[in-house]
Ligand binder design. Structure first.
Ligand code: FAD
Ligand code: SF4
Length: 516
């Protein structure tokens, strides 16, 4: 039973590539199943899934569904579960159980490394005589090389569109024309064969060097040695079990193997458990949290001044998600995330990649976009909605923990020990972005003073965090005059970006002001 739902697709301003990815895979999957003799019912609809399915259940009787990972879908289907029309069965795609998550440690707070160690011990994966292969559970510390153009970064496989993908292209460009982003058919894996081809490419070209360059970023390659499988994994075109099994069998350096296993068996599973355990952070530590009434548009209306039509009305009984903001961040998403030039080359480059491809790898998401957003004080909910619409692999169960928790520290120490933030030095060390930026990371890049200003503003909330002791010691060595300058830079950057103005023009404005 496959439901193609217009309402779902226009609930938020999803990237065109993401819509095409979901729709093309859905149609191809329907055909593949029919071809192997499975009876397939493919229905279209424009509203709640529960409403679309009700008449089908009346006709066919009770339907079975694997527990959806998305909270939004579970909430939508709730009336059918309650009436017995739909029967939930365990989802077979996960590698770990809720019980393993609960048994891994007392929590909340939860920690990924405790969960990962527990699962490795219990499953025996990458274990030898009860001990981790290589003597330690994580080789993360060894995986921090900068990439300077060599070894050669793999070239992405491209895909030749067939009639289904072309049909989807037409559909998206016609019916979802107001959605943002570029639709690239040559970058759209849609069939089972396409998914297998990406994974084959990833095993050969990416995984041997995955570990050492895991944290590197470059203008020359948007994915470096990352595999680009997340969207396919989340759609279940590739199964985590297959990915894990193949990775374990590969003959590649152990730091790369362990690094990749930790992503799929550790982070991906952990994020899902945390989301499930809190109903998408609507209930944390037994207490209900504040939720948005309606789905957010990720700042689109603020930038384009056009309200996203589905935000009003068609809420469909499903709320707009939890709104934690441990650090009190409430700034709206700036136009820079919708493609207006900010003058911060790292940010502009990464954002361009996202609107071109609906993709960016982990470190660009964490240490460029989320880092700058956190330093600017952008609302975690609004930023999450932006990530949700902009990336092809985003669904509530995965985007919410990653942005509300990991990216912005909006959930405090619920499952991360400290905010992931940095000044320009980190970006300069791990990327080549700074080489072609109007700012100099060592002299006048505004990200560094913004970092200090952030620490100063958040002293009450972060000053006693043991993991933040070092940055606070350095902050204490800064003179009062420098701290005043930091605060001024922060105010100026926030003001310029809030109004969609480039910081580079600001430099020029200032110079002209001085000259006149
Ligand atoms: C702010 C932020 C937002 C993110 N939003 C999403 C999202 O909406 N959807 C999504 O799938 N991932 C998300 N991630 C996790 C991660 O960045 C992507 O899974 C990864 O970049 C996908 O690209 P890849 O397949 O080339 O990754 P690779 O690096 O090649 O592969 C690692 C695989 O491990 C899994 N993985 C690794 N880290 C995570 C994680 N933290 N959470 C879940 N899975 C993980 C993914 O399935 C990924 O495909 C986010 C991370 C951050 C910091
Ligand atoms: S100099 Fe600053 S703004 Fe420019 S790329 Fe480097 S970190 Fe980003």
């Amino acid at each position: 039973m496959l439901v193609e739902n217009r309402w779902k697709a226009s609930r938020r301003p999803y990237h065109k590539q993401k819509l095409a990815m979901v729709l093309a895979n859905l149609r191809q999957f329907a055909l593949e199943q029919a071809e192997r003799g499975v009876a397939v019912r493919h229905v279209g609809g424009d509203g709640l899934y529960s409403e679309i399915l009700r008449p089908v259940i009346e006709e066919l009787g009770v339907l079975k569904v694997m527990r959806p990972a998305e909270y939004e879908l579970r909430a939508d289907l709730r009336p059918l579960f309650e009436s017995g029309g739909l029967q939930e069965v365990t989802h077979e795609g996960w590698l770990t159980t809720e019980e393993q998550f609960r048994d891994s440690h007392d929590g909340p707070p939860w920690r990924m490394d405790a969960f990962y160690r527990h699962v490795r011990r219990e499953s025996g994966i990458l274990m030898e005589h009860g001990k981790p292969v290589g003597g330690k559970f994580s080789f993360d510390a060894e995986n921090r090389l900068r990439w300077a153009g060599k070894p050669h970064a793999p070239t992405l496989p491209t895909f030749k569109p067939d009639e289904i993908t072309e049909e989807i292209d037409e559909l998206v460009e016609r019916d979802f024309a107001r959605h943002p982003g570029t639709l690239r058919l040559d970058m759209l894996p849609a069939t089972k064969g396409d998914a297998e081809r990406i994974w084959k490419w990833a095993k050969k070209e990416c995984l041997p060097l995955f570990g050492p360059y895991e944290d590197a970023m470059s203008v020359k390659s948007r994915n470096l040695f990352h595999t680009r499988i997340s969207a396919l994994l989340n759609l279940h075109r590739l199964t985590p079990a297959q990915i894990l099994r193949d990775t374990i069998e590969l003959e590649i350096p152990f730091a790369s193997k362990e690094g990749f296993v930790r992503q799929v068996l550790g982070w991906r599973e952990f994020m899902h458990h945390v989301h499930e355990a809190t109903e998408g952070f609507r209930v944390v530590g037994g207490k209900k949290t504040r939720v948005a009434e309606l789905p957010g548009d990720g700042g689109l209306a603020g930038w384009s001044e056009k309200e996203w039509p589905s935000v009003k009305g068609a809420a469909g009984g499903v709320d707009g998600g939890a709104c934690p903001s441990q650090l009190g961040a409430k700034e709206p998403v700036p136009p820079a995330l919708w493609g207006e030039r900010s003058g911060l080359h790292c940010l502009d480059e990464v954002v361009k990649g996202v609107w071109d491809e609906a993709y960016g790898h982990h470190i660009t998401r964490l240490m460029v976009i989320s880092n700058i957003a956190t330093l600017l004080g952008i609302s975690p909910r609004d930023l999450t909605d932006w990530f949700w619409v902009a990336y092809a692999d985003a669904y509530d169960w995965v985007v919410e923990p990653n942005v509300l928790g990991m990216g912005t520290y909006g959930l405090g120490d619920l499952f991360t020990t400290k905010p992931y933030i940095s000044g320009a030095a980190y970006i300069d060390r791990m990327s080549d972005f700074c080489e072609s930026c109007a700012f100099d990371p060592k002299k006048n890049c505004p990200i560094t003073p913004m970092y200090w200003a952030f620490l100063e503003r958040q002293r009450d909330k972060l000053g006693k965090n043991i993991r933040m002791a070092m940055p606070y010691r350095s902050l204490d060595k800064r003179s009062a005059a420098k701290k005043r300058e930091d605060a001024k830079t922060f105010e100026r950057v926030r003001e310029r970006l809030r109004t969609g103005k480039s910081l580079v023009d600001a430099e020029e404005d200032e110079q002209q002001g001085l000259m006149s």
